[in-house]
Design a protein around this ligand. Structure first.
Ligand code: AQP
Length: 336
C-alpha cells in the first residue's frame, strides 16, 4: 500500500472532457452518479480541458473557453457542492501534464494501440500524438489523487484498466507510489445510445455535426421533444419484451434512469404500449429534469465572479492533494 494512501472516506475522482455541450448521456452515466454519491466520498471532479486538445481541428479558442465555463456551471447546477467536492480545471494543476509525460515513458506502445477510443477517433481526422497517448494522461489524472473509485460511464472501463496497468508498471519499475483505482459504473444507464443511431454511444462531439443525435443539457424543450419523437426505433409499433430493438431499449433506459426506476420496471410499465406513448413520456421526464438544471445553470452563469472563484479555489485544493503524490513520483524516479 503506498504511504500516501488517503485516510478517511474513500476518495473518488472523475472528469468530463471540454469537447462540446454536455449531453444527457454525460449526465446519466457520470454527473448524476457523482452528485448522488457525494456524501459518501471525498470527491475530486475536474474539467478535462487538456484532453479536449487531442483533436485540434475541432478547437476554437472561444468555444473551448465557453465549454469550460459551461461545464463548471453545469457541475454546480447538477448538484455538485464545492463544500463537499473539489471542482477544478485540469490545466490549472500542472502536475497532471508532467506526470502524464512520465507515464508516456513507462507505457508500452502496444497497450495504447489496443485502445478502442483511439481506433474510432483516429478514423476521422489526422490523428495527433496526443490522441494516441491520451490514456497515459488520463492515468495521471486518476493516479495523482490516489483515487479509490472512478465513477464513469461504461465506455471508460478500458481507460481505468490501462490506468491500473500503468500504475502497476510504474510501481514495479520505481517502487510503490500509486494505488489501484476501481471503476464505479451504474448498472443501468451506463451507456446511453445516439437517438439517431442507437448502435453508437451518444456523444457530445458527434452531436456537433449530427442534429437529432443527442439531447444536450442546455437544449430548449422544443428541441428535446423533436429529437425524442424522431428517435430511431424499428418497423414495429408497440413495446414487446421479446423483440426489443436497440432504439426502444435505449428509450426505456433513458426513461428508467430519469424517473429513478430500473430498466426492467420501465419495460413492465410500457409493455404493449405504442412507441409514440413511450417517446412522449421520455420527452416529458427529460424536459422536467433538464428544465430544473437549466434554471440553476442560468442563475450560476449570471455570476462570473463566483464561477472564477470556484475554479481558483478548486485548483488550489486539487494542487495541494496532487502535490503529495507528484513529489513521491518525482523522488522515486530520481527526477527530484
Ligand atoms: N452516452 C453515454 N452514456 C453514459 N455515459 C456517458 N459518458 C459519456 N457519454 C456517455 C460518460 O461521461 C463522462 C465524461 O465523458 P467524456 O466527455 O470525458 O468523454 P466521452 O466518454 O468520450 O464522452 P463524449 O460525450 O462521447 O465525449 P466526446 O464526444 O468528447 O468523445 C464519462 O464518465 C463517460 O463515460
Amino acid at each position: 500500500m503506498p504511504s500516501n494512501t488517503p485516510p478517511g472516506k474513500p476518495r473518488v475522482l472523475s472528469g468530463i472532457t471540454a469537447t462540446g455541450k454536455l449531453t444527457i448521456g454525460n449526465y446519466i452515466g457520470a454527473l448524476s452518479v457523482w452528485a448522488q454519491e457525494q456524501d459518501k466520498h471525498e470527491n475530486y471532479f475536474f474539467i478535462a480541458d487538456l484532453h479536449a486538445l487531442t483533436v485540434p481541428e475541432n478547437i476554437k479558442a472561444n468555444d473551448l473557453r465557453e465549454h469550460i465555463k459551461q461545464i463548471v456551471a453545469l457541475y454546480l447546477a447538477c448538484g455538485l457542492d464545492p463544500e463537499k467536492s473539489v471542482l477544478f480545471q485540469q490545466s490549472r494543476v500542472p502536475a497532471h501534464a508532467t506526470l502524464g509525460w512520465i507515464f508516456d515513458c513507462v507505457t508500452p506502445i502496444g497497450w495504447l494501440e489496443r485502445m478502442t477510443q483511439y481506433k474510432s477517433k483516429s478514423q476521422n481526422a489526422t490523428p495527433s500524438a496526443g490522441l494516441f497517448t491520451y490514456p497515459a494522461l488520463m492515468a495521471a489524472d486518476i493516479l495523482l489523487y490516489q483515487a479509490t473509485y472512478v465513477p464513469v460511464g461504461d465506455d471508460q472501463r478500458q481507460h481505468i484498466e490501462i490506468a491500473r496497468d500503468i500504475a502497476q508498471r510504474f510501481n514495479h519499475l520505481f517502487g510503490e507510489v500509486f494505488r489501484m483505482p476501481e471503476p464505479m459504473i451504474r448498472t443501468s444507464g451506463a451507456r446511453i445510445m445516439g437517438l439517431d443511431d442507437p448502435t453508437v454511444k451518444m456523444s457530445k462531439s458527434t452531436a456537433q455535426t449530427r442534429d437529432g443525435h443527442a439531447i444536450a443539457l442546455l437544449d430548449p424543450p422544443a428541441k428535446i421533444r423533436k429529437a425524442v419523437m424522431r428517435a430511431v426505433t424499428d418497423s414495429g409499433s408497440e413495446v414487446r419484451p421479446d423483440a426489443l430493438s436497440p432504439g426502444v431499449d435505449n428509450l426505456l433506459t433513458l426513461f428508467g434512469a430519469l424517473s429513478g426506476i430500473d430498466r426492467d420496471e420501465a419495460l413492465r410499465r410500457f409493455e404493449g404500449r405504442r412507441y409514440g406513448e413511450l417517446k412522449k413520456e421520455v420527452a416529458e421526464v427529460t424536459i422536467e429534469r433538464v428544465t430544473a438544471i437549466q434554471d440553476r445553470y442560468h442563475e450560476i452563469r449570471s455570476d462570473e465572479t463566483y464561477l472564477e472563484k470556484t475554479l481558483a479555489d478548486g485548483a488550489e485544493k486539487a494542487s495541494e492533494t496532487a502535490e503529495q503524490t507528484f513529489t513521491e513520483a518525482m523522488r522515486s524516479t530520481g527526477l527530484l
